[in-house]
Design a protein around this ligand. Structure first.
Ligand SMILES: [Zn+2]
Ligand SMILES: [Zn+2]
Length: 525
């Protein structure tokens, strides 16, 4: 709170208000004839925030009764990239504190220089609905600020319907917070695409579903429309996609409309909670549930609260691209990894930052914790195709609940493309009676040190591909894929261990990666 107050005083806010003539067309939407338009300007000077200062500033403005539309534009000197100021909007329910999530009406980050909200519609990223009279707040996000500070000028347009009776056409948007209960969708398996490779997991009653867990649309900084993503998912052979726009829930309504008429592919709601100290995906949010992103870089307790909020709403949460080189994209909440279900070790085309993420994940495994490795395209536009890479999830059915359960359990492997390579990695233990076959995500419980057999099948690998079997931080076997049939490796397990596979091409670029099969040996007293 004190940080916010200090910051508010550091901002110099000037106001020019009066009879500024407004054009009859704002942001391309014609204005009805009975509407009165008023525009005023604000100027804000933002100093660079100190290490512990809030990274957000709030610019309050008054909204009168009978407001039908609020339009906002802003500009500032970018100074060759030294300044980048994000923007969003809160309504009268907000108190202008970073810790108050009420009244959220949208966020466009640095993507848009103008936006509007009205009762019936809004710029993507923003939530339409009733426009209550009172103090609203523009939120400015201090992504980058030059040492000398930055002057931001804002133009606020208010349209009022003076003769309007009190008959709102839409209730205020209720963005739900963490108390919301999950309402997972369920989709019948009928009419699904027939994959050309083994779909079943031996002895488990599961089959593999192909998906992409991370992508963006015009609701944040992507060029994709939601129909465009859906048709691309179909063309690329994906069974499910999670749409994870940055810091908003405005894409949920459109997803709900699609799900009401079509069940294939399964389109699921997510949010990339985008802080200035790292990004995290929440998958499987109930409709209209928004998770607040205003956590200070390095604030491990704040990030843990985000993970808890996601879990309370029935969603899973993952660490995204922990070593990405863009400003603020790398993970600064290391110890908070305990509350997370997954880690994105593969983001888009394989590169050195993915190698670093892979090392981070393997160290977590070595510490004895189970966390699921996932891959995603993080696609923003068609030039960066969805499904490259693909996450394969072994679940009983194509439903949100089944997919989330399987991801949490680690029943997941990753490939560079949807169709290839194909990997099967299973195990048998001589003495364990509880199951005859084990698959990725399983824990084999042995009563005593024992021999296990690992069964590896790969298809559609290039001639120079090599497979590494990794256990407890070490490569214990390195071999070429067998082109005809299964490879079997015998291992004597004397202590707790995990076993996972990597398939790389001749230049060491990753082609496929499995989650582990775990072995736990009962301790005798
Ligand atoms: Zn990100
Ligand atoms: Zn992203």
């Amino acid at each position: 709170m004190t940080i916010v107050t200090r910051f508010a005083f550091s901002a110099l806010i000037c106001c020019f208000q009066g009879a500024v003539s407004a054009p009859n067309m704002v942001l391309g939407i014609p204005r009805p004839m009975n509407v009165q338009a008023r525009t005023f300007e604000r100027a804000v000077h933002l100093a660079p925030p100190g290490t512990h200062d809030s990274r957000y500033a709030y610019v309050p403005f008054d909204v009168p009764q009978h407001t039908a539309r609020i339009s906002i534009s802003y500009k500032y000197e970018r100074d060759n990239g030294a300044n980048t100021i994000d923007i969003g909007l809160f309504d009268t329910r907000s108190t202008g504190s970073d810790s108050d999530p009420r009244g959220f009406r949208g966020w466009s980050g640095g993507r848009r220089s103008e936006f509007f909200v009205s009762r019936e519609e809004a710029t993507p990223g923003y939530l339409p609905g009733e426009l209550p009279a009172g103090t609203w707040r523009i939120i400015l996000g201090l992504y980058r600020v030059a040492p000398t500070g930055v002057d931001v000028s804002l133009k606020i347009g208010i349209d009022t319907e003076e003769n309007r009776s009190s008959s709102p056409t839409r209730v205020p948007p209720k963005t739900k917070m963490s108390s919301a209960r999950g309402t997972p969708g369920s989709v019948a398996e009928s009419g699904l695409r027939q994959a050309s490779f083994p779909q079943k997991v031996t002895g488990h009653g599961l089959r593999w579903w192909l998906g992409d867990l991370h992508m963006h649309t015009v609701h944040s900084d992507g060029d994709w429309t939601i129909p465009g993503l859906i048709s691309s998912a179909r063309n690329n052979g994906l069974d499910f996609i999670f749409i994870t726009d940055h810091n908003t829930a405005s894409h949920h309504t459109e997803i709900d409309q699609f799900r009401a008429v079509s069940k294939q592919p399964l389109v699921l709601r997510g949010e990339e909670i985008t802080t200035y100290g790292g990004h995290t995906n929440a998958w499987g949010l109930p409709s209209a549930t928004w998770i607040d992103f205003r956590v200070h870089p390095g604030d491990i307790a704040g990030m843990s609260k985000i993970a808890a909020q996601a879990h309370r709403s029935g969603a899973l949460i993952s660490i995204n691209h922990p070593f990405a080189s863009c400003g603020g994209c790398a993970w600064s909440y290391d110890a908070a990894a305990r509350g997370f279900d997954a880690i994105e070790v593969w983001n888009g085309a394989w590169d050195q930052t993915d190698e670093q993420a892979l090392t981070m994940w393997d160290k977590i495994l070595q510490s004895g914790r189970h966390i699921t490795a996932i891959a995603s395209s993080d696609s923003h536009r068609p030039a960066n195709p969805i499904g490259q890479p693909t996450t394969h999830v072994a679940a009983v059915e194509l439903s949100q609940r089944a997919l989330l359960d399987a991801i949490r359990q680690g029943r997941v492997y990753l490939t560079s493309e949807a169709a290839r390579p194909v990997v099967s990695f299973e195990a048998e233990a001589t003495t364990s009676k509880s199951r005859s076959r084990w698959a990725v995500g399983d824990e084999i419980r042995l009563k005593a040190p024992d021999t296990i057999h690992l069964f590896i099948t790969t298809e559609a690998t290039p001639p120079d591909a090599r497979i590494s079997l990794i256990s407890n931080g070490q490569v214990i076997r390195n071999f070429s894929p067998k082109t005809d049939g299964q490879q079997v490796i015998e291992i004597k397990c004397r202590h707790d261990a995990y076993f996972r596979l990597e398939v790389r091409d001749g230049t060491k670029v990753m082609l496929a990666l499995t989650n582990p099969i775990y072995v736990k040996i009962r301790k005798h007293r």
